[in-house]
Write a protein that binds this ligand. Sequence first.
Ligand code: GN1
Ligand code: MG
Length: 364
Amino acid sequence: MDNKLQHIVTQFRIRGEVSDIVAFGNGHINDTYLVTTTSKDTPDYVLQRKNHLIFKDVPGMMENIVRVGQHIREKLVNANVTDVDRRVITHIPTNSDAYFFQDDSGNYWTLCLNITNSRSVEMIENPHQAWLTGKAFGQFQNQLADLPAPQLNETIVDFHNIEFRYRNFRKALEINYNNRAALVQSEIEFALAHEKEMHTLIQAQRSGLIPIRITHNDTKINNVLFDENNEVLCVIDLDTVMPGLVHFDFGDAIRTGASTAAEDETDLDKMSIDLKVFEAFTKGFLEETKSVLTSSETGLLPHSAKFMTFIMGLRFLTDYLEGDVYYKIKHPEHNLQRARAQFRLVAEIGKNEDMMKEIVAGLV
Ligand code: GN1
Ligand code: MG
C-alpha cells in the first residue's frame, strides 16, 4: 500500500484500520482511490485528489458539495427513507473539521463513504433502466429546487458557456500543437458551421425565457449508482454542482445514455441515438420535474441533447488542438477520437430532432 496515500487517509476522521488503497473509477479529471478497511463493521471510503488546475476553488467546490449533500440528506430523513448513507454521498471531515486536506505539494484531497454493493453502467441496458435514470436525475433537480440561499459557488466559471468554449477553440486554433489543425479540417468546419445554432440556449437564458437553477453539470449516466436489485441508489460526482440550466443536465444524460456507442467510439457508424431510450429517460425525468419546469424549458429539451453533445465535441477538439492539456488520454489521438464520435452523434441527433420534439411534446 502506498505510504503517502495512507498518510493522507489518516488526516480524515475514519472508522477502522485501512487494509488497502487501490485506483478506482474512470473519470477524466481527478485521481480516485478505493480505501478498504479491515473489519466488515467499518465502512470503506473513496479518496480523491481533486484536480486543482481545473477546479481552481476546491474549498468553494467542497462547500457546494457538502451543502447539497446535507440538503438531500435532510429530505431523505424527513421522508423516513431507510439506508440514507446509500442514497446520498457522505463526505468525511478531516481531524480539523474541513472537508478537504491539502498536502505539502499543494494537492487537495477529499474522502467520502464508499457505497458498497452498488454499480454504475457505461451504456444503458434497456428502456426500463433509462426510465429509472431519468427519474434519478429528475429527482436530483427536484430535491435542489428549494435549496435555501445563498446561491452555490460557480466553481468552474463559464463551464457550459458556449461563447467561452468558442473563444477557447479559436485560441487552440492559434496554438495548433504539432500542426494538428491540418489533420482536422473537417472537424473544424463542423464546429464553425454550428456556431449560430449552438447559441440558442444562451440567448434564451439572456432574454429571460429560461431560468438559472441548480444543476449537476456532469450527468453522464455512469454517475448514477444502482443497487443489487437494479434500483437507483443515488447520483454521484457532485464536483460541478452549481448554478446552471436544466438543459445541461438533461442534455448530457441523453448524450451519454441514449447514445448507441461509447463517448470515444472509433467506428462512427455505430454512433446514433436510441429513441426508445430517449423516450424512456425523458418520461422518467419529466415525471419528477414536471411541476418545476416551465414550457419554455421543456420545449428546449430536445435541443439540449444536441447542444451538450456538441459542446463536449468542441471541448475535446479544443484539447486535441492544444496538445492534450485538460483531459486524461489513453493515447495521442484519444481526444480527436472523442471529438469525432461526439460530432457524429450531433449529426445523428440532428436527423432525429423532429421525432425527439414530438416525443417530448407527447410526454409533457
Ligand atoms: C469530465 O472527469 P469526469 O469524467 O467526471 C468533465 C465533464 C465532461 C466529461 C466527458 C470538470 O468529467 O465536463 O463531460 O469529462 N469534467 C470537467 O466525459 O471538465
Ligand atoms: Mg465529473
